[in-house]
Design a protein around this ligand. Structure first.
Ligand SMILES: [Fe+2]
Length: 569
């Protein structure tokens, strides 16, 4: 096969590693390594992801001429040189193994985060990545290293479909910086400012997460959810709000990291956890709203796009969008570092081929399995019963209307952290008994973590306050309307908000479920949560799905056109 010159392979080999192939700005295929290795938020080199991307595009390593990766700061470069460090950090971060010398480790991490990409780190990173790719059969390729925040900005702006926007990237630390503000216009991103690592809002939120005994880079959403159980504190009385200030459009830390950490320790000792979370969430929202307001006013551009780990905080997104005079918005759905492979590839695609990326309309970018492949896997397993059904949507809708929990497996796996109806567990949102059963036997979420709804776009106005537009990728929170509160009680937070998936793609089997549920209940809404057991990655293959069904012993699996039940109940 001739070289497919316009195809760019994007790779990311840090936290939540993965790969993608972009062709002239179109994201053709994208996946994260955790789905193959079954280690949540995998950090190893994304070999399986790369192989899958090549296979899905009927390409060989030889066909790829341009490869992009991101981030070449001190920390990542060191772990490329000594992978064992990354492996140890993975176990410590996930709280599988206790860190020795925790305080010293934290100080080292805070210190090393400052070191930006220099010529030596770039050369070492380049050499190590090139070496790993050559071992996989790639040769004669051009390798591009893309700045961490430029990759985040690329995936926020290029696939947004918005012509002119302020581009915000806010995260922990990457390449020595914690945030950037740019303008995206006429297919170009022009950076206005960047903020140093010591001024990182992401790092502050990580500290809060860690002090609560939760996993950093993973459980920040729990902090956001627990905050709902505490009343708001006036911002002038919130001690955490004083950790930062806005100075000429830049977030600035007001104290050294170590002093802030000790202050947080003292605060946690003196108040309950809910209040501690409330203070952190309010402080984060306050400063990000001020940042957005400043740049919207300064640039006169009322559209904004977001990427970086902070954009995974849907309450923050809801507040920033609603309080900053933003008219059009887009949040890249794989906003954390797991999306950097796409960001790096889109950046390079824009530089080489120019032009905008195609607006992203679907995240169905992962592996797909035909009925034949599903049947082969089903026949290999003696612990299940299965039957063929012509109308899987109708079966699934009727099952959840009967109070069942359905494991729904359909089409290509979604890219990113959210299940959007291809690898989802679904149930009725008004049945609290089913919701509790789902939590007890499968999800094991903390008591304060709400489930989420999927809502038909036609019904969004009926159920959500101030609904105007949505990308359909579950990136923004909404307040539910009083009239729908009873039906949505299993998917609404204590403060009345929810994080809905707005279902707007036509004729998908998933949409068929929602339509049938609407006929009976009057509401086009169901409970949708990711198809995985607590702490594990979302299922990818029929084998993963069957394993999950057998291990939980509950629920009905609807996979392609097959209805599957475990024999062990
Ligand atoms: Fe990042």
């Amino acid at each position: 096969m001739a070289r497919t010159e316009s195809r760019i392979l994007g790779i990311w080999d840090g936290h939540d590693s993965g790969a993608c192939i972009v062709d002239k700005g179109r994201i053709c295929v994208a996946v994260n390594e955790e789905r193959f290795t079954r280690r949540k938020l995998e950090i190893g080199f994304p070999k399986n992801s790369i192989l899958y991307c090549l296979k899905a595009m009927a390409s060989r390593p030889d066909d790829i001429q341009d490869i992009a990766y991101s981030t070449r700061d001190f920390s990542l470069t060191l772990t490329r040189l000594v992978p064992k460090i990354k492996e140890n950090y993975y176990y410590v971060r996930r709280r599988i193994r206790k860190a020795r010398f925790e305080n010293i480790n934290r100080r080292i991490l805070n210190h090393t985060g400052k070191f930006r990409a220099n010529i030596m780190f770039r050369k070492i990173s380049h050499y190590k990545i090139k070496d790993a790719l050559r071992k996989m059969g790639f040769k004669n390729f051009r390798l591009y290293d893309i700045d961490h925040h430029k990759a985040h900005a690329a995936c926020a702006y290029f696939p947004s479909g918005i012509k002119k926007a302020v581009v915000f990237t806010i995260d922990g630390i990457g390449d020595g910086y914690s945030s950037t503000v740019s303008i995206g216009e006429k297919d170009e991103i022009t950076e206005l400012i960047r903020t140093k690592s010591k001024d990182s809002l992401g790092l502050f939120f990580q500290e809060v997460t860690s002090l609560l005994g939760m996993r950093i880079l993973e459980d920040e959403g729990k902090v956001m959810s627990l905050a709902d159980y505490s009343p708001h504190i006036p911002i002038q009385l919130n001690p955490m709000a004083r950790f930062f200030r806005l100075e000429e459009g830049r977030i600035k830390s007001t104290m050294p990291l170590e002093r802030r950490f000790r202050t947080l320790q003292a605060l946690l000792y003196s108040c309950n956890k809910e209040t501690f979370c409330r203070m952190a969430q309010d402080a984060l929202e306050h400063h990000c709203i001020n940042l957005a307001k400043y740049w919207i006013k300064e640039t006169g551009i009322h559209n904004a796009v977001f990427s970086g780990g902070i954009a995974s905080n849907i309450k923050h997104n809801m507040k920033v969008v609603s309080k900053s005079d933003i008219r059009k918005w887009f949040i890249f759905p794989h906003m954390g570092d797991g999306g950097l492979a796409v960001g790096a590839a889109l950046f390079v695609s824009n530089k080489i081929y120019g032009g905008r990326s195609k607006m992203i309309k679907s995240l169905s970018l992962g592996p797909e399995y035909s009925n034949e492949l599903i049947l082969t896997e089903l026949r290999n397993n003696k612990k299940i019963n299965f039957v063929y059904d012509d109308n899987a949507s109708r079966y699934a809708a009727d099952a959840i209307l009967d109070g069942d929990i359905v494991y729904w497996f359909s089409g290509r796996m979604e890219y990113g952290p959210r299940a959007l109806g291809n690898r989802s567990i679904i149930a009725l949102p008004d049945n609290l008994t089913t919701k509790n059963r789902l939590n007890n036997i499968i999800k094991r979420r903390d008591w304060f973590q709400p489930f989420c709804p999927a809502i038909l776009e036609d019904d969004a106005n009926k159920m959500l306050e101030a609904y105007t537009q949505d990308s359909g990728f579950m990136t923004l929170g909404y307040m539910t309307k009083d009239s729908a509160r009873d039906y949505l009680k299993g998917v609404t937070s204590v403060d009345g908000s929810c994080r809905p998936q707005i279902v707007n793609n036509n004729n998908s089997p998933y949409k068929g479920i929602l339509k049938r549920v609407r006929k009976v209940t009057g509401y086009g809404a169901i409970l949708n949560t990711s198809f995985n057991i607590h702490g594990e990655p979302i299922v990818m293959s029929p084998k993963d799905a069957i394993d999950t069904l057998i291990r939980t012993g509950k629920g009905k699996l609807v996979m392609g056109n097959y209805i599957v039940e475990s024999r062990q109940k």
